[in-house]
Write a protein that binds this ligand. Structure first.
Ligand code: GDP
Length: 452
């Protein structure tokens, strides 16, 4: 995958890791859709393979022998018919740009056509591995037809029958063998075992230890600490809403940093360390004081760490009406960027709305873990792009060929494109993703993979 130019949505974002992508190319009527259906194990009626007829979906989640990959049906990419050979050559070009392995399907009973040769020329020019499927070899009668496809010069033809399933196992073995180095799937360090891990964050005096004490259901002595002794993280298991939660680094909450030199710096470090181990963060803010830069910074740290986020506004008991009106404006202005985060207005002192905290945390965890199947995602994307295409850039209209959700916790999407998508457009996609699928309480990463 290193051959791709990777352009990231935001600076500093790590490179997107996706499953291997297999693109199925070939002229119409060779049986691409049947093969796609066969591979993804779908028994639906085959969409008619006619030039100019767009399919409703282009990309699917697929698996062979415990290896997962994204299967792309290029049939849906080009709708204009500017000559058959030109059209399939164009599809093959897109495929070569975006796929790790190209699955080239030829009809063995027809033999090599002009369009097949046009595809071959494109594929020869790329460095992508090509696996050649000689389709419609329904019985031994057609075996010799398949042999004729050696003449294409793209390697061994695998005789298959997409319709009956004959030979597809060997074909898929060859496809999987051609995958690049093992891609990283999920982040292994993000174990889903054990109780959900919550970081309780916020600047000093917003009420973290008061809240923790209330949640833990007992008053505890808050020990003043000196620098150095706060390093040991202590996690506490707390029962809430009939479930056990692990609160991360509660030692950092229970012990106070008081007017320490560089306390800010240590607080930031500590927050970062807690976030690394947490799945979701509750950022506590004090409504009796104006929102401070430090409040915003903690929120930004959560977003940058890619963790679920809950905004908890504490000391609601001392909030008067005038301040409340002002606070709403402050929140809109300063926290508009995280409008997707659930909010709770609480009082650690009186216990107000404590029962709302757990549902808010659960909402964030769910949004953080959410996955959209590749087929559904592309169905949705296709409609979105048809309604609002990406803006023209440098006289060219970038095409979004397909998308996959490369990971969850947090959700991470990769768009495979033929050109650069403007920030505005990517934000538009993110906004619509949230509107239509939720992802409440979670940052969403969107990156592009383009080859200009
Ligand atoms: P921490 O530094 O974030 O752990 O904050 P603390 O829990 O030590 O609270 C700082 C101060 O705010 C203490 O004097 C608390 O009694 C007070 N406090 C905490 N929560 C509330 C609340 O909900 N309402 C009011 N009025 N005071 C609170």
């Amino acid at each position: 995958m290193s051959e791709f130019d990777v352009s990231e949505a935001d600076s500093g974002e790590e490179q997107a890791q996706t499953l291997p992508v297999v693109a199925v190319v070939g002229r119409p009527n060779v049986g691409k859709s049947s093969l796609v259906n066969r591979i993804i194990g779908r028994r639906e009626a085959v969409v008619e393979d006619v030039p100019g007829v767009t399919r409703d979906r282009v990309a699917y989640d697929a698996e062979w022998q415990n290896t997962q990959f994204t299967l792309v049906d290029t049939g849906g990419w080009e709708t204009s018919v500017s000559g058959l050979a030109a059209m399939v050559a164009r599809q093959a070009e897109y495929a070569a740009q975006t796929a790790d392995v190209i699955l080239f399907v030829v009809d063995a009973t027809v033999g090599i056509t002009d369009a097949d040769e046009a595809v071959t020329r494109v594929l020869r020019a790329t460095k992508r591995p090509v696996v050649l499927a000689a389709n419609k070899v329904d019985g031994s009668m057609q075996e010799s037809d398949a042999l004729g496809l050696w003449n294409l010069g793209v390697g061994e033809p695998y005789p298959i029958s997409a319709l009956h399933g004959r030979g597809t196992g060997d074909l898929l073995d060859a496809v999987v063998a051609a995958f690049p180095e093992q891609p990283r799937g999920e982040d292994e360090t993000d174990s889903e075992d054990g109780p959900p891990r919550v970081a309780l964050l916020g600047r000093p005096n917003v009420g973290k230890s008061s809240l923790l004490n209330r949640l833990a259901g007992e008053e505890r002595v808050v020990v003043d600490s000196v620098a150095g002794t706060t390093r040991d993280a202590v996690d506490e298991l707390i029962e809430l809403g009939g479930k056990t939660w692990k609160f991360i680094d509660t030692a950092g909450i229970r012990r106070r940093f008081r007017a320490l030199q560089g306390a800010d710096y240590y607080a930031t470090m500590r927050t970062g360390a807690a976030l690394e181990r947490a799945e979701v963060a509750v950022v506590l803010m004090d409504v009796s004081a104006p929102l401070a830069e430090q409040d915003i910074r903690v929120v930004e740290q959560v977003v940058e760490a890619g963790r679920g986020l809950v905004l908890a506004f504490n000391k609601w008991d001392v909030l008067d009406e005038e301040r409340r009106v002002y606070l709403e404006k402050e929140i809109d202005r300063q926290l508009g960027r995280v409008a997707w985060a659930p909010r709770v207005n609480i009082s650690a002192k009186t216990g107000r709305h404590m029962e709302r905290l757990v549902p808010a945390i659960e909402t964030s965890l769910a949004g953080w873990s959410q996955r959209i199947p590749t087929g559904q995602l592309n169905n949705w994307l296709k409609e979105l792009v048809a309604q609002t295409p990406p803006p023209v850039r440098g006289g060219k209209q970038p095409k979004i060929l397909f998308a996959t959700q490369a990971g969850a916790r947090p959700p991470h999407f990769v768009l495979f494109t033929t050109g650069f998508l403007e920030d505005n457009y990517r934000r538009f996609i993110e906004r619509r993703l949230r509107e239509d699928f939720g992802f409440e309480g979670s940052p969403v990463h969107l990156s592009m993979r383009i080859r200009e």
